[in-house]
Write a protein that binds this ligand. Structure first.
Ligand SMILES: Nc1ncnc2c1ncn2[C@@H]1O[C@H](COP(=O)(O)OP(=O)(O)OP(=O)(O)O)[C@@H](O)[C@H]1O
Length: 224
């Protein structure tokens, strides 16, 4: 089963094409990395995958279906840690993860016992149980990243996308992240797409199935 299949994709914001005849296949449970310099279109590609932007031409299928609302539930997104505004808002780990269940919270959007239960089961699996009632802003960078990953997992996605997960993260948090990636793949059987500019770190610390470089609008295989 193919998790993602993009064929002959073209996209431009105005005149200059950002994606030019881009092709990508990600199989179920496969782990891939996409590298590329500043401004080559990595974020644009993510936005295409999550349906935020539409291709000018070409096709994209997620689990062999065209884009539809249900597909979004299959994709978990872990944004860049610096872009997360988790520092000012006084919210606990348990609340942050549970709020991600928004769609299933019913009319009044108030989490019930079953929602918190789901969160606690997952926090346990991620070894974060003891931090459930901690305010998120009091956690170290590495733990906070683990919480954000847990949040992305709570809707049971089949694909997890990481946007620059190691940028602005200290060495020990990076090592912790590498362990988490291996666990995720085994425990939750998700496909992983990791966007980064740290090719050396990925090569030395992660077991990826493929690494691609986004350049001139297309993806080129980087030999591992
Ligand atoms: N909404 C937009 N309208 C017009 N141009 C845009 C828009 N968003 C991005 N761009 C341009 O498209 C190109 C690709 O941007 P994108 O953010 O996808 O690159 P990136 O590879 O993620 O970059 P970075 O590594 O710096 O985050 C850039 O030249 C950017 O300036």
């Amino acid at each position: 089963m193919k998790a993602i299949e993009i064929k002959n994709a073209y996209f431009s914001y105005d005149r200059d094409p950002i994606l030019r005849d881009l092709n990508l296949t990600v199989k179920n449970k496969e782990k891939i990395t996409i590298i590329g310099g500043n401004g080559v279109g990595k974020t644009t590609l993510i936005k295409i995958i999550v349906g935020e932007l539409k291709l000018d031409s070409g096709s994209i299928k997620i689990f062999e279906e065209d884009f539809n609302k249900n597909i979004l539930k299959k994709i978990g997104y872990v944004p860049q840690s610096q872009k997360e505004n988790l520092y000012t808002f006084p919210i606990t780990v348990k609340e942050l993860v549970t709020l991600q269940l928004y769609d299933s919270l019913g009319k009044f959007k108030i989490p019930r016992k079953e929602h918190y239960h789901k969160t606690m089961v997952l926090l346990k699996e991620m070894n974060l149980e003891k931090y459930a009632d901690y305010p998120i802003r009091e956690l170290s960078g590495g733990l906070r990243q683990r919480v954000v990953i847990t949040r992305a997992l709570v809707n049971e996605p089949d694909i997890l996308i990481f946007d620059e997960p190691t940028s602005g993260v200290d060495e020990s948090s990076k090592a912790q992240f590498a362990k988490t990636i291996e666990e995720l793949n085994e425990k939750f059987e998700v496909s992983i797409i990791l966007i980064t500019h740290e090719l050396d770190w990925v090569m030395n610390n992660l077991k990826m199935d493929s690494i691609y470089e986004l350049k001139k609008g297309g993806l080129v295989n980087v030999s591992i």
